[in-house]
Design a protein. Structure first.
Ligand code: TNX
Length: 550
């Protein structure tokens, strides 16, 4: 009876309450379909529980971890039955539940669907069959239903549930990102979202070679990616200024090659245990780590450690400047290929994901045919580990190996060499330097960063289409997008965040959202609402004049 009274009291409170401050469509990246039902707002209260199916357990625990600090609510996670009139429920399930969640009314939501379809740019396919919409969600899609009785997230996979949980987090008031309890009405806007990604590969790169970033910083970057449904973290692990991953068979790489960085600092490297920790942390957040061992250029740190790899067999001095293109491993020495096989073998063994990035950029001192022969051998070595070769688009002239992926970082979409590699079977990750290079300055007065590819504020990062960017490359050849952050001038986590935010969410939207949702005017409004979230979460960001911050 006391429970019933409490429920009645809460419902009465809801009726008097103003609408949720966040609208259902305020999500970044924009969902495929948004079907608002303003009569169905939900309010999260202290008696809420999260009910899960077995496969959703870990996502539910993470959702609870995100929601507990600011709400102060206990939010127990349970896979048992809950009393019908008991606590409000967030349900995470990989398949539709047999018992309906009270108040989720398929017919009513379908009505809202047709009403909303005119307003939703994403609705190419007409009204949604809300009742059966789990089919077609794919590997990463989800469906989220909010009624006054609760919230339900449904997906075919844990990754889909995770993305749905991130959406739910964004639908709560911005104060949800705070670290300590605040008094707030934790309203969630009513209606349904049905969502799945446009591209399977959505990533960011962190250059940990020019400046080293400790494990904790990398984990926080993973959290930032996961918020915006990015699912790959590319780590640029080796360069002239530092070698950042311990290799047991060539220990001096990290021990000697790891102690330098740009500007003369002491650098650092990841032990294999550190690296496994990053990989596991990312995996839990449905982020795949893509390790890069940059070859044959960008290898001065390796040559300092092992002069036998250097063309003249003379150790070069350690390098802490920011020039590129001067170093390379000796392509004429068999020991070089043993080194490549050993390093790639150990890195592959640390890598549960399918990708291994070979670099291949800016080997300016290596003649074209020598370069090609080197790369073809290196690609074969990677393929032999069972991993799929990824490389910068300079790899294009080399022969195709099964599945290979080129990461295009050009600034002019007319690139016949890359288009030809695509015709021979390569797929592409798009990282156009003048759109998504996160080391580019926002404006002339940005205190850190470069400008060789131009100035890139949010509008410029957002307003291009990965599906049509390269002449002669069909959208089907595009695996996705990635925003690289080179760190010659970036030295702290706060500086990393400053360069990521707010451009990273723009790139995330290009990778996730259907093209039909693309709309700068709407994006800048949605993005503006995230400023207070970053502030609450202690995330440093550039207060771009492109965005109407509240
Ligand atoms: C080019 S992009 C590089 C990097 C630099 C970057 C600076 C690419 C594959 N190579 O070595 O850090 O420019 O913006």
């Amino acid at each position: 009876a006391a429970d019933l009274a409490r429920t009645a009291e809460r419902r009465a409170g809801d009726l008097l309450a103003p609408p949720a401050p966040v609208r259902l469509g305020d999500v970044v990246p924009a969902p495929e379909r948004v079907l608002p039902d303003p009569a169905a707002d939900f309010t999260l209260t202290a008696d809420a529980a999260i009910r899960v199916s077995a496969a959703g357990r870990d996502v539910a625990e993470q959702l609870a971890d995100w929601l507990r600090p600011a709400t102060g609510f206990p939010l127990p996670v349970t896979d048992g039955p809950l009393p019908a009139d008991g606590p409000l429920v967030l349900t995470l399930s990989e398949a539709p539940l047999t018992e309906p969640l009270g108040g989720v009314d398929a017919a009513g939501a379908a009505g809202a669907a047709s009403a909303a379809s005119a307003a939703s740019a994403a609705d190419e396919a007409g009204p949604v069959d809300v009742a059966g919409a789990v089919d077609g969600l794919g590997d990463e899609g989800y469906r989220l239903d909010v009624t006054s009785a609760g919230v339900r997230i449904t997906a075919a996979t844990a990754a889909g549930l995770f993305h749905g949980a991130q959406t739910l987090r964004q639908l709560l008031p911005a104060a949800i990102d705070g670290a300590a309890p605040v008094a707030e009405r934790w309203a969630v806007p009513g209606g349904s979202i049905i969502d799945r990604p446009r591209f399977p590969y959505r990533g960011a790169m962190l250059d940990v070679a020019r400046h080293f970033f400790p494990v904790e910083d990398v984990l926080r970057v993973v959290d930032h990616l996961a918020r915006y449904k990015l699912n790959h973290l590319h780590l640029h692990l080796t360069d002239d200024q530092g070698w950042r991953i311990a290799v047991d068979s060539w220990p001096r790489l990290a021990e000697v090659g790891g102690v330098t960085e740009v500007g003369g600092g002491t650098g650092g490297f990841y032990t294999q245990a550190d690296y496994r920790r990053i990989v596991a942390y990312a995996a839990r957040r449905h982020v795949t780590v893509v390790p890069e061992i940059d070859l044959p250029g960008h290898t001065n740190a390796a040559l300092v450690a092992y002069p036998e790899l250097a063309p003249g067999k003379v150790p070069p001095p350690p390098y802490t400047g920011t020039e590129v293109g001067f170093s390379y491993v000796d392509p004429a020495d068999e020991r070089t290929y043993a080194f490549v096989a050993d390093v790639v073998g150990e890195v592959a063994a640390l890598t549960p994901g399918p990708w291994l990035h070979l670099g291949g950029d800016e080997a300016f001192k290596v003649p074209a045919d020598t370069y090609r022969a080197f790369v073809e051998r290196a690609q074969t070595i990677v393929a032999a580990t069972g991993k799929t070769v990824v490389g910068w688009h300079q790899l294009a002239p080399a022969g195709h190996v099964d599945g290979r992926v080129l990461q295009w970082w050009g600034t002019n979409g007319d690139d016949p060499e890359t288009a030809e590699a695509v015709r021979r079977g390569a797929r592409l990750i798009l990282s156009p330097g003048n759109r998504v290079y996160l080391d580019m300055k926002y404006a002339a007065d940005t205190p850190i960063g470069h400008d060789w590819a131009g100035l890139i504020d949010v509008h410029r990062a957002y307003d291009w289409d990965p599906g049509t960017h390269l002449t002669g490359v069909p959208a089907e050849a595009v695996l996705g997008v990635e925003a690289p952050l080179w760190t010659e001038s970036v030295t702290t986590l706060a500086e990393v965040e400053f360069m990521l935010f707010p451009r990273l969410p723009a790139v995330a939207e290009l990778g996730w959202s259907p093209r039909s949702t693309h709309d700068w005017a709407g994006f800048r409004e949605r993005l503006a609402g995230h400023g207070p979230r970053w502030t609450a979460a202690g995330i440093t960001f550039h207060p771009s004049p492109d965005v109407p911050w509240p």
